[in-house]
Design a protein around this ligand. Structure first.
Ligand SMILES: [Zn+2]
Length: 388
C-alpha cells in the first residue's frame, strides 16, 4: 500500500525556540523593521526583489530574508503567519528565510504567542546583553526627551533617554510614547536589546509594557548620576558612555570657539554669511567653547554650549557683542576666552562619544575644581620622594 500519510505540517514555534536543524517551521510574528532591495541572480543576471529585516514575537527578535516578496501589504508592524519557513544560522543566531516553498499570510496580533509578563525573568541593567528579549526590568528614568526621526519616508518621534538601577545605566529608545518622566520608577516588560553604533541600548516598541512602581530599591536620579571620575585613557578605551565624569586641566581651545554665527534654520555654523545647506542666511550670534581637557593619561574635547561657556568665562554673549563693537576683531575674543580658561582644572560630567578625533563630551555639568595647595604640595613631594 502506498504511503498515504499526509506530509507532516510544520510545528508552530516561538521565535526563541528557532533552531537551524533543517526542519521548516511555522510561526506568527510582527515585522519590526524592513528593507526592500533587489539582488542580481548570478545564473541569468535577472533581478530578484528581496525583503529583509527583523521579526519579533515577544520571545525573541530574529532577522528574516524573504525572496520574491509581495509588492505591497508588508509594512513595519504587520503581523504575519509563516508556514514552512526555513531556519538558518548566521554568526550563532537563528534567522528565518522565506522561499517559494514558504506560505506567508497576514495574521492578527491576537495570534501572536501569549507571553505572560509574570513568566518573564527579572533582569538587572548589568545583566543585559545585545539580542536579549522577553525579560522584566525595574529601573528609574534618569533622562528622557523626544526626538523627531525619519524612518524611510515616515516621520516619527522617538523618546530617548537613560534608565538605571543600582547595577548600571543604559540608553533607552521608545518607539511609542509611554509618557515617561525623569525620576519615575518603572517596570518594563517586553523590551529588547540592540547594539547601535557600538552602544548597547534598550528598545521599547508598541508591544512593550510599562508599569509605574514604587521603586524603593532604586537609587534617586542624583545618586545614579553621581559617577566617580575616571581617567581619560579609560574613557577613551570604552569609547565614551552615557554618563562620563572626568577631571583634568584645560590645555587648549579648538576652533570654532568664542563668538560664532549660526544658521537660524539648522543651527549649523555660518561662514561668510553662507550656510552650507540653506545658502545665504542672516547668521545668529552664539557662544561656544571646544575645550581640550588633559589629565595626564590622555586628552578629550568638551563641547561647551553658550550657557556653559558664559558660566566658565564669566562673559556673556551680550558682553561679547559690546566688546566687538569697540574692537571689531572676533579673534581677540577667542584669545580672551583662551586666556580665561587655560590651565583651569575642571570636573566635567556628560555623555561621551568617540570618533576618529577622539572622545567628545557633551557636558551636563562643568565644575571648577579648586586645587588644594597643601594636598598638591604633598602629592608633589611624594612623587619627588618616589624618584629619589
Ligand atoms: Zn542652515
Amino acid at each position: 500500500m502506498p504511503n498515504s500519510e499526509p506530509p507532516t505540517a510544520p510545528a508552530e514555534v516561538r521565535l526563541r525556540d528557532l533552531r537551524a536543524n533543517g526542519v521548516p517551521v511555522e510561526f506568527v510574528a510582527r515585522v519590526v523593521s524592513l528593507q526592500r532591495r533587489e539582488v542580481t541572480r548570478q545564473s541569468d543576471g535577472s533581478r530578484i526583489p528581496l525583503l529583509s529585516g527583523l521579526l519579533s514575537d515577544g520571545t525573541a527578535t530574529v532577522r528574516f530574508t524573504w525572496w520574491d516578496p509581495p509588492r505591497e501589504g508588508i509594512d513595519r508592524g504587520t503581523v504575519i503567519r509563516a508556514v514552512g519557513a526555513e531556519v538558518r544560522e548566521f554568526r550563532g543566531r537563528a534567522e528565518a528565510t522565506f522561499t517559494w516553498k514558504t506560505r506567508v499570510g497576514p495574521a492578527s496580533p491576537a495570534e501572536l504567542p501569549r507571553v505572560d509578563t509574570e513568566e518573564m525573568p527579572v533582569r538587572t541593567v548589568k545583566e543585559l546583553a545585545s539580542g536579549d528579549e522577553g525579560f522584566r526590568l525595574e529601573v528609574r528614568v534618569v533622562r528622557i526627551a523626544p526626538r523627531p526621526v525619519t524612518v524611510g519616508e515616515e516621520r516619527r518621534v522617538v523618546h530617548e533617554g537613560l534608565v538605571a538601577d543600582a547595577s548600571g545605566m543604559i540608553r533607552l529608545t521608545c518607539w511609542s510614547d509611554f509618557g515617561l518622566a525623569t525620576g519615575e520608577a518603572v517596570r518594563f516588560s517586553g523590551g529588547y536589546l540592540r547594539s547601535f553604533r557600538g552602544r548597547l541600548e534598550l528598545v521599547l516598541d508598541e508591544r512593550a509594557m510599562v508599569n509605574r512602581i514604587e521603586g524603593e530599591d532604586l537609587p534617586p536620579v542624583a545618586e545614579l548620576l553621581r559617577s566617580p571620575s575616571r581617567s581619560i585613557a579609560a574613557v577613551e578605551d570604552e569609547g565614551g558612555g552615557p554618563v562620563v565624569t572626568v577631571e583634568g586641566v584645560v590645555v587648549g581651545l579648538l576652533p570654532p570657539s568664542g563668538l560664532v554665527y549660526r544658521c537660524p534654520q539648522c543651527r549649523r555654523s555660518v561662514k561668510s554669511g553662507i550656510c552650507r545647506v540653506h545658502g545665504q542666511v542672516e547668521g545668529q550670534a552664539d557662544l561656544r567653547a571646544r575645550l581640550v581637557l588633559d589629565d595626564g593619561t590622555g586628552a578629550l574635547t568638551i563641547n561647551a554650549d553658550r550657557a556653559a561657556t558664559e558660566k566658565l568665562w564669566g562673559v556673556t554673549l551680550e558682553d561679547c557683542r559690546a566688546r566687538l563693537r569697540e574692537l571689531p576683531d572676533p579673534s581677540l575674543l577667542e584669545e580672551q576666552l583662551l586666556e580665561a580658561v587655560l590651565g583651569r582644572r575642571l570636573r566635567v560630567r556628560g555623555s561621551g562619544t568617540k570618533d576618529d578625533f577622539g572622545v567628545t563630551i557633551a557636558p551636563e555639568s562643568i565644575d571648577r575644581v579648586d586645587v588644594d595647595l597643601d594636598v598638591a604640595a604633598e602629592e608633589l613631594s611624594m612623587r619627588l620622594g618616589e624618584r629619589s
